[in-house]
Design a protein around this ligand. Sequence first.
Ligand SMILES: [Zn+2]
Length: 84
Amino acid sequence: MCSAVAETHADWRYLHAVIRWNTEKVLGASDSELEKYVIHEYVHCLTDELVSYATNHHQAADMGQVERVVSELTLAIQFAFRKS
Ligand SMILES: [Zn+2]
């Protein structure tokens, strides 16, 4: 396990993913932080196909960009649910 809160390995072809949680990191997290972490990992599941596409077309996916997109989508989802 790396130093991240979680690692997600998604197989978009079969709508399957495994999320491994770093329980030491989430142990003291607030409900709000846990919500953000869960949504973030679910968004990784949804965007994994795009990362695979780039990799398969010999364009190494920039994981910094991936994390930024995933983080922004996480914020957008949280904002949308708070508005309703
Ligand atoms: Zn991430």
